[in-house]
Every structure is written in structure tokens, then in C-alpha cells.
Write a new protein. Structure first.
Length: 451
């Protein structure tokens, strides 16, 4: 029988794999002198995030990128992960750069860069996803408010990440609100509240709720205040344009009314008496063609709307007509003056007074003083009279001083002594001298008298 042949034995497959692995390991770079770099990324939800793995002093080592679940996104320039949002931007021996489009909150976390060296190197970077507020809502208690009322406004920024900061403005002035934060899962809802006491000046002014968040710019909502207020009244004297009101003059008054809603009823009437028959009222105007003393009194302009009623009083005083004083007849010496010598005979009394019904309605710019002309004339006359009186007093004092001086000059004092006693009865001069000398020896009897 022919001898049998034995088939040669093949090495097991496991041994082959081990041998290949050992050969591959022997070919791995040592990793000495190579450094792996990356950096964190912050991105707004829906935008594009760029992930970069960089190698310094590369020696052709393999670079790999893994997601937070440690699944390989890219191995060199090959993408095993079937997520088309990841796209290769750049691949080289020193860099692996990948973009992630349409980022969502689920993409947030740590991503790993690996470098196949001996030993292997690994470094991670973090993707942070910002979420702007989903909605911004401004809520107000009521759309229309009355002057003096307090209103409450609430502004809510929904579902943001991180929590939103809310700022308030009234016009250009920043206000301080009170905020509350609620967290739902990884999202935050912020509500801010302010209270305002409105005035008529606030009508039409915007109240702005503005969001301060890193994921969004210039996000705001606003509400324009609608404020109702009672009428505000101003009375202007059209005629006479200047000076006091005098008999025979024409008086024309204008009642200006402003309110919201628009005042529907504006009336003129006399407070202290019935309206004179010759007074003409046409809408907001009051007209008197020829003034006389019987027109003196208080005239009121009154207006009203849905909010309330307001009024302003005009006090009328009618002066006498202008008259000229006769020329002076006195011969006294009075210093000359350049002032006008004309004056009026009426007293210096307020001829125009406008009285508002409340402090808020007092407008000093509109209250013209109708006594300007009268006061100027009276002031000139007063100065002339005062100057004349002062001159007369000075002149009288000078005259008195002159008279006293002359009097004292004529009445000097006379002195009588006893030094020549006995000389008056002497027969001759020698005897008188002897008698006088004899009188000098008696010094105790020498006396002087002053008259």
C-alpha cells in the first residue's frame, strides 16, 4: 500500500491577529515631544460650533475626535458616526477641525481629542449652548389710566439659558424692578415687576422692558402710557396788550384749555355778580368793548371732561382814564429831574389778578401783570416828589444854620472885673491909675462875672 501524506498545519487566526497587533504597536510613535491642544466652545442654539484638535510637533500620529458618549466622530478624515451635521473643515498631520451645524442643547457636553502615540494622549473640550428667551411678554393691568393712579407692569422672559436679566426704562430713565426666577429642567423663566404712579406728563411716554442675555441683543418690548387728566386752564389777556385796564378800554380775554379726553364744556361767568349785559362771550373768548367801573369783579373760566372739572379766576380792576397834573406854581428851588411830570390820579391797586383753583394749575408764564404801565408812571412821579421834598429839607437846614451863626456872632459874652475899681470916680488919670493899682493889692477881692 502506498504511504499516506499528512496536510501541513495552518496557524490559528487568533495568532495572526496577535502578530499583526504586535507589529502595529511596534510601529506606533513614541509621542515624545508632541502636544495636543483644543479649546472650549460657546455657541447659541441653532448656530454652528467648530471643534478643533491641534497637534504641536506632529510626526504623522493618528488624530481622532469622540463625542460625549465616546463615539468616534472622525478618525483621521473618515467619519464613522452617521450624523450629517458633523462636517470636516480641515484635516492635516497637525489639525483635525470639524463643524457641527444646527446646535441643540443635547449637543452640549465634553468632546475628546485623541492622539495615537505611545502612550496615547487625550484631551477634552466643552461645548456650552446658550438659549435666548423663547418669548418676551409685557403685561399691564389696564391700557388707560387716570392721572394719579398707580399701575403695575409685569415683563416675562420665557425659557432661556442662562437666566435672563430684565431692565426697565420709562422714556430714557432707568427704573428698578423686582425679579423672580423659575427653573424648569435646564431652562429658566424670569418675571420682573414695577409699579408706577402716572402723571399727565407721562401720557404717550413708552415704558420699555429690555432683555440682557449673552445669546441675544436688542431684545425688548414696550408699552406707551395712555393717561387721562382733567382740564388744565390758562387765561391770557389779549387786549390791552400792556398796561393797566382803564375806563373806555377794550378788554379781550382768551381761555386756553387742555385735557384728555378733550374738554367738551368751556364757560365764562362772573363769580360775585351777574355778567354785565355788554359783555360778549364767544366760545373760549370774553370780550368787553368799553370798560367802566361797574365791570370790576372776578370772572371765571371753567372747563370739564370725563375726569373732572377745573377753573381759573381773572380779577378785573378798572382804573380811571389817564390825566396830566397841572404845572407846579411854587418858587422853591428844587433840583431838576429828567423824569416825566405826568401822573395818574388812581391809587396803585392791582388791576389784573389771575387766581387758579389749584396749585398745579398755576402757570406764572401766562399771568401777565397789567399794572406795568401804571407802576412806571407812578414810580416816576414818586421819585420827583421825593427829590423835591429832600431839596426843601436841605435848604431849610442851611437857612437855619446861617441864622444861628449870625446870632452867635452878634451876642458875644461880656466880662466884668474889679481890677479898675475906684478908677471910675477919679478926678484925673493919675488918680485913676493910683486907685487901680491900689485895688490890685487885694487879690482876695478880685472876682470875675460872666453874663
Amino acid at each position: 500500500p502506498s504511504p499516506s501524506r499528512t496536510a501541513p498545519r495552518r496557524p490559528p487566526a487568533a495568532l495572526l491577529l496577535l502578530a499583526l497587533a504586535a507589529a502595529a504597536a511596534s510601529l506606533l510613535p513614541t509621542g515624545e515631544g508632541q502636544n495636543l491642544f483644543t479649546e472650549d466652545v460657546t455657541v447659541v442654539e441653532g448656530d454652528v460650533a467648530t471643534i478643533s484638535c491641534r497637534v504641536k510637533n506632529s510626526d504623522d500620529s493618528v488624530i481622532q475626535l469622540l463625542n460625549p458618549n465616546r463615539q468616534t466622530i472622525y478618525f483621521r478624515d473618515f467619519r464613522p458616526l452617521k450624523d450629517s451635521r458633523f462636517q470636516l473643515v480641515n484635516f492635516s498631520n497637525s489639525e483635525l477641525k470639524v463643524s457641527l451645524t444646527n446646535v441643540s442643547i443635547s449637543d452640549e457636553g465634553r468632546y475628546f481629542c485623541q492622539l495615537y502615540t505611545d502612550p496615547p494622549q487625550e484631551i477634552f473640550m466643552t461645548i456650552t449652548v446658550l438659549v435666548p428667551p423663547r418669548n418676551l411678554v409685557l403685561d399691564i393691568q389696564k391700557d388707560t389710566v387716570v392721572e394719579g393712579e398707580e399701575i403695575e407692569l409685569n415683563c416675562t422672559a420665557m425659557a432661556s439659558r442662562p437666566a435672563t436679566t430684565i431692565k426697565w426704562y420709562k422714556g430714557s430713565k432707568e427704573l428698578t424692578g423686582k425679579s423672580e426666577v423659575e427653573q424648569w429642567s435646564d431652562m429658566y423663566t424670569v418675571t420682573s415687576q414695577i409699579s408706577l404712579t402716572v402723571r399727565r406728563e407721562d401720557d404717550g411716554v413708552p415704558v420699555v422692558c429690555e432683555v440682557d442675555h449673552p445669546a441675544v441683543k436688542d431684545l425688548q418690548t414696550k408699552h406707551y402710557l395712555d393717561v387721562m387728566y382733567k382740564p388744565q386752564i390758562r387765561v391770557s389777556q389779549i387786549l390791552p396788550a400792556s398796561g393797566p385796564t382803564r375806563e373806555g378800554d377794550l378788554l379781550d380775554l382768551l381761555c386756553q384749555v387742555e385735557g384728555k379726553p378733550e374738554p367738551t364744556d368751556t364757560t365764562w361767568f362772573r363769580v360775585d355778580d351777574e355778567m354785565p349785559a355788554h359783555v360778549i362771550v364767544s366760545g373760549s373768548n370774553l370780550h368787553i368793548s368799553s370798560l367802566n367801573k361797574s365791570d370790576n369783579g372776578t370772572y371765571r373760566c371753567e372747563a370739564s371732561n370725563e375726569v373732572g372739572k377745573s377753573f381759573v379766576d381773572y380779577m378785573l380792576y378798572v382804573y380811571d382814564p389817564l390825566t396830566t397834573l397841572p404845572p407846579p406854581t411854587t418858587t422853591a428851588i428844587i433840583p431838576t429831574s429828567t423824569a416825566d411830570t405826568t401822573a395818574t390820579t388812581e391809587p396803585a391797586v392791582h388791576g389784573f389778578t389771575q387766581l387758579p383753583n389749584s396749585a398745579e394749575e398755576l402757570d406764572y408764564g401766562d399771568l401777565s401783570d397789567s399794572r406795568a404801565g401804571e407802576e412806571s408812571v407812578i414810580t416816576v412821579v414818586d421819585h420827583a416828589v421825593i427829590g423835591g421834598v429832600v431839596a426843601v429839607v436841605v435848604f431849610a437846614m442851611l437857612c437855619l444854620l446861617i441864622i444861628l451863626g449870625r446870632y452867635f456872632a452878634r451876642h458875644k459874652g461880656t466880662y466884668f472885673t474889679h481890677e479898675a475899681k475906684g478908677a471910675d470916680d477919679a478926678a484925673d488919670a493919675d488918680t485913676a491909675i493910683i486907685n487901680a493899682e491900689g485895688g490890685q493889692n487885694n487879690s482876695e477881692e478880685k472876682k470875675e462875672y460872666f453874663i
